[in-house]
Ligand binder design. Structure first.
Ligand SMILES: Nc1ncnc2c1ncn2[C@@H]1O[C@H](COP(=O)(O)OP(=O)(O)OP(=O)(O)O)[C@@H](O)[C@H]1O
Length: 516
């Protein structure tokens, strides 16, 4: 048994009467990867912030090397070797790789004189520890998200990290980048670092963890060795129920096209895009980051003007030059980047959810009908099971996953005819995913058409009755409902995605999803 490095005992933390952590005890052992799993809002981030000295617990104690602390300051935590990489990475985009790696260490040691030789030496040493070669002078903003993530790891290492906390580090990475990150993390573990990893992605959790601690509604439901759990038992312990993703079946009878896209092209983004969406269709688009799928979604919402091609809405050639045009045509978009495009962080849950229907909520005198606004917001908070104290709570106080559900609610209230969802469940727990899927199925039963962009094959298989596979700005394969139902559909899709150059000719495959 590995010796403990940090033990948190009986930690409780409440916000406005809601227990974010309720008598939680967790032990982090030396040289081990511990994964924190739990539904959105179950207290994982609050726990991390408590150990990092950012949140003061109401009660409980934290033991570091046998010394007990009632609370910690961030400096104390850093001195003890605690390093946290939050989702935003907290890097300085205009500064160089070397400066980002070494700056916090310099501040901590209160060095006044800048010795560039020393800075470069320390930065290079950290890069070598993870066998990474980067230009030390390159500005961080010029790096890919994956490399920024690695710079953040080097920054943590340069401050003598003993325990590295990583909060959903793989959200914006491609499959290859995820594999590289996980292998670096495992290598660091082999060198004696303890890692606490937060993720909603089960494959990752099982690949990397030694131990899994599960949270539910602020309480710890258990500590498990990874070999004692499987997907089913993990989701059960997280949610308290058996979670299933029933497969979507289109029931709508109206086959007239809602949206027809013909030969759409945007230079440098995508070309030769053809597909049709009917009412009740859930058209999946799968393809790795950089495949052109998000750029296509933005074009259909008037945010990325097309170079050529035709868009027909309900049979009529239509121009979508702005989001206002798109909304006028009954199109809504749940954007990929929820934080910068989706929410007003200082405003309440109610104000965010209703922000897309202000005109409908206006009374004759021009004031907003507050009672109606509350009613609409409360209805969607309950429908999508958004975990919040009430609808007046500022949205920034909600957990990440619950904020995402609020963005979905914000667009659903507009009652769109065509809803484009760009990776709607990134960062969302397995229980909430099934609720969101249920909602999407019920929208389509009410005759909405949906375009669902996703990286997750499970999500595509459970929800879509048609599928486009995109690679490098092109549709490389298209599958119809019958093809998606075949027993080897999943393997076929994986095969196409791993060698996208070797597929059937495009015109033929587009025929399969109803291109006339
Ligand atoms: N500053 C705050 N003010 C009020 N409530 C808060 C605050 N921070 C967290 N909470 C609440 O505490 C609970 C736990 O939130 P926390 O962010 O720890 O969850 P989480 O498990 O990390 O969720 P996710 O997986 O969605 O990131 C949530 O109900 C959240 O709304």
């Amino acid at each position: 048994m590995l010796p403990p490095i940090i033990s948190a005992k009986n930690i409780t933390k409440s916000y406005m009467g809601v227990k974010a952590l309720d008598d939680v005890s967790v032990t982090i052992n030396l040289g081990e990867i511990l994964c924190l799993a739990g539904e959105n809002g179950s207290g994982k981030s609050t726990f991390v912030k408590t150990i990092a000295g950012v949140v003061t617990p109401d009660s409980g104690e934290i033991l570091f090397d046998d010394t007990s602390y009632r609370k910690l300051t961030p400096i104390q935590a850093i001195d003890m070797g605690v390093q946290v990489i939050y989702q935003d990475l907290s890097l300085f985009p205009h500064m160089s790789v070397a400066e980002n790696i070494v700056m916090n260490r310099m501040v901590a040691t209160r060095k006044r004189l800048v010795n560039w030789k020393e800075i470069n030496r320390i930065a290079e040493e950290q890069l070598q520890r993870i066998q990474l070669s980067l230009d030390l002078r390159a500005s961080v903003e010029s790096l890919s998200v994956a490399n920024r993530q690695l710079v953040a790891i080097c920054r943590a290492l340069s401050q003598n990290a003993k325990v590295l906390f990583m909060d959903e580090p793989t959200t914006a990475l491609t499959k290859k980048e995820v594999d590289r990150l996980l292998s670096i993390v495992m290598d660091l573990k082999a060198k004696g670092l303890s890692v606490v990893f937060i993720s909603h992605k089960f494959d990752e959790i099982f690949e990397i963890s030694d131990q899994i601690t599960i949270f539910r509604e602020g309480k710890k439901t258990g500590d498990y060795a990874v070999q004692d759990l499987d997907h089913k038992s993990l989701s059960f312990h997280m949610t308290g129920r058996q979670v299933e993703f029933p497969r979507y079946k289109r029931i709508a009878k109206d086959d007239t096209p809602l949206l027809e896209v013909r030969n759409l092209k945007k230079s440098g983004h995508y070309e030769n895009i053809n597909f049709t969406v009917r009412r009740g269709d859930i058209l999946g688009i799968i393809g790795l980051l950089g495949s052109g799928r998000t750029e296509l979604a933005l074009s259909l919402f008037g945010l990325n003007p097309i170079d050529s091609g035709e868009i027909r809405i309900k049979g009529k050639p239509s121009k979508i030059a702005s989001p206002a045009d798109a909304v006028g045509h009954g199109i809504a978009l749940l954007p990929e980047d929820r934080h910068s495009q989706g929410l007003f962080m200082k405003q309440s849950v109610k104000e965010n959810i209703s922000s897309t229907i202000h005109d409908q909520l206006k009374m004759t005198a021009g004031f907003i009908d507050r009672a109606k606004q509350t009613e609409v917001a409360a209805n969607y908070v309950s429908k999508l099971r958004i975990r919040t104290h009430d609808v007046d709570t500022p949205i920034r106080n909600l957990s990440g996953g619950n904020q995402q559900k609020a963005v979905i609610a914000k667009w659903v209230v507009t009652n769109p005819e065509l809803f484009i969802l760009d990776t709607p469940t990134v960062g969302i727990d397995i229980g909430s995913k099934s609720e969101i899927y249920e909602q999407i199925h019920s929208f389509t039963a009410e005759n909405m058409g949906v375009i669902l962009i996703s990286d997750e094959l499970d999500e595509i298989m459970a929800n879509c009755n048609k599928l486009l596979i995109m690679y490098d700005g092109r549709i490389v394969e298209a599958l119809s409902e019958e093809e998606l139902e075949k027993s080897d559909a999943r393997e076929y899709i994986l095969r196409v995605m791993s060698s996208p150059g070797q597929t059937s000719d495009q015109a033929n495959s587009q025929e399969k999803v109803g291109v006339s």
